[in-house]
Design a protein around this ligand. Structure first.
Ligand code: SF4
Length: 482
């Protein structure tokens, strides 16, 4: 939901440069503070073309049914509406108190579900389903139930407890009774936006949320049988300091969530209009932001959380940590995922799908999304079909992001190319990163291992393999690494 960035240029000597137990190294982070993608896809979404034809999507969808063992399916529903505006928000959302807008939207979403359902074999199991936004709980439980029922006529929803059905919750509009209703509908995972519990910070970003009610929801979710709760926090918000954010983190940990996502606020008011309501003078200075991140990483390490990668932390027995251990971790538009190799069918305005060899994105404007569906057309606006080079580089980047290691010989062998020749340029760049202690290289097997210090700079390491970043000015479109 959020972009991340930190501006270190001009940062003064930092008060605390120790390497804490997770390998967090402030000096290296300072040195490698480059703008770069978060690699929820490769090629990244900003490279999708509006020349992408929906017939290419249809071709890929049909081809995905023909594999010897067709992949499982992951469904994503984008619900764009929000009751109120959080000033830091960079998401594609529609702020309204008019609930009837959801009624119209759901009618169109159903049309899209039907059109998509016609493309996929009916025996392909939906093992993952996720409601994101915006605010999915803008919908009532009855509306969500109706949507799920409609979906089950067009897709085969897995019934047993191994399915992952998750929903993003806005604790300001969800009480324990509502949460119990969601559990009854079959959701077994939730993600809660918290951001910060400090009342001053909450006022400055226009998101007032009671810590007690939020923590009660997390505890209640566990008692109801939700197997995993994720909490989103943001550092770098106005009026935050190391000590206030530490209090928020410690407070959140009282409820022992299974996962935490710690995002870094990117202040880009020219790009994201609501951010103009945030006073620049209130933003923490770069050295304060790093102190916040440093102490957060330290607290989470001491509390026993495992650093999965990028912005994500999980308890060692959580599905994400286990998937990382078992080799089934995957990276997609929702961050990390425990099912590898699913076709991801994303429904709703602006949603991004990954099906067989292509990525595609729906229209970002509601009227365009509705117009296509009025003509019984898939509302696809842009996308890309991956080349063999994209697939090879994506395989490398995914291995690094999910497992901190990649055997280039193995990846290249499946692509029919020679690793030494194909990644000759990249190997030279990696040698510099090795000099700085970010990676360890095995020359004989062309193996790259990310060191503990390199783990917080995964984006930088992955960028080495990103062919598209070599174009002039390419990095200007991304946020900073940390
Ligand atoms: S609730 Fe989420 S999507 Fe809506 S404005 Fe706030 S941060 Fe943005």
């Amino acid at each position: 939901m959020l972009t991340i960035a930190v501006h270190l240029k001009g940062a003064k000597a930092l008060p605390d440069l120790r390497i804490v137990n997770m390998g967090f190294n402030l000096e290296l982070i300072k040195k490698y503070d480059h703008a770069g993608p978060r690699y929820t896809s490769y090629p990244t979404a900003n490279l999708f073309s509006d020349k992408f034809d929906r017939s290419t999507y249809v071709h890929n969808a049909r081809a995905s049914n023909e594999h010897l063992v067709p992949g499982q399916i992951s469904l994503y529903f984008h619900i764009p509406f929000c009751d109120t505006l959080c000033f830091y928000c960079a998401c594609n959302k529609i702020v309204t108190k008019n609930r009837s807008r959801a009624v119209e939207y759901l009618d169109y979403l159903k049309k899209e579900i039907r059109l998509q359902g016609e493309l996929f074999d009916s025996d392909r199991e939906v093992v993952q389903l996720h409601f994101g936004g915006g605010t999915p709980t803008f919908l009532s439980n009855e509306q969500i139930a109706d949507l799920l029922e409609y979906t089950s006529y067009h897709f085969y929803l897995k019934q047993d407890s191994r399915r992952e059905f998750s929903i993003e919750i806005d604790p300001r509009g969800v009480d324990v009774a509502r949460l119990a209703g969601l559990r009854e509908l079959g959701f077994n995972r939730i993600s809660l936006g918290v951001q910060d519990f400090d009342p001053k910070v909450q006022r400055a970003v226009h998101r007032i949320q009671s810590p007690e009610e939020t923590l009660n929801l997390i505890k209640a979710a566990r008692q109801m049988g939700f197997v995993s709760t994720n909490v989103d926090l943001i550092y770098g918000l106005p009026l935050q300091s190391e000590s206030t954010f530490r209090e928020t983190v410690e407070r959140v940990l009282e409820s022992e969530p299974e996962r935490l996502s710690i995002f870094n606020y990117a202040h880009l008011p020219q790009m994201f209009f609501p951010q103009q309501r945030i006073r620049e003078a209130d933003l923490p200075r770069p050295e304060e932001k790093l102190a916040i991140l440093n102490s957060t990483v330290s607290i989470l390490g001491k509390a026993g959380y495992k650093y999965i990668g990028m912005d994500h932390f999980a308890k060692p027995d959580d599905g994400l940590a286990l998937a990382q251990k078992n080799g089934t971790l995957n990276r997609n538009f929702q961050g990390y995922s425990t099912y590898a190799d699913c076709d991801l069918i994303a429904l709703g305005v602006s949603a991004i799908s990954k099906v067989d060899l292509c990525y595609s994105q729906n229209h970002k404007k509601l009227e365009d999304y509705y117009a296509d569906l009025d003509h019984d057309r898939l509302p696809i606006a842009r996308g890309t079909e991956m080349s063999q080079d994209d697939l090879t580089r994506r395989a490398v980047i995914e291995k690094l992001i999910c497992y901190y290691t990649v055997d280039l010989n193995t990846v290249c062998r499946s692509a029919g190319v020679d690793a030494k020749e194909y990644f000759g340029y990249e190997w030279e760049v990696l040698e510099n990163l090795q000099y700085d202690g970010l990676v360890k290289l095995d020359h004989r097997n062309h193996r790259v291992d990310v060191t503990p210090s390199g783990r917080f700079l995964l984006r930088t390491i992955c960028m080495t393999f990103d062919h598209y970043l070599r174009r002039p000015g390419a990095q200007g479109t991304y946020s900073k690494v940390i």
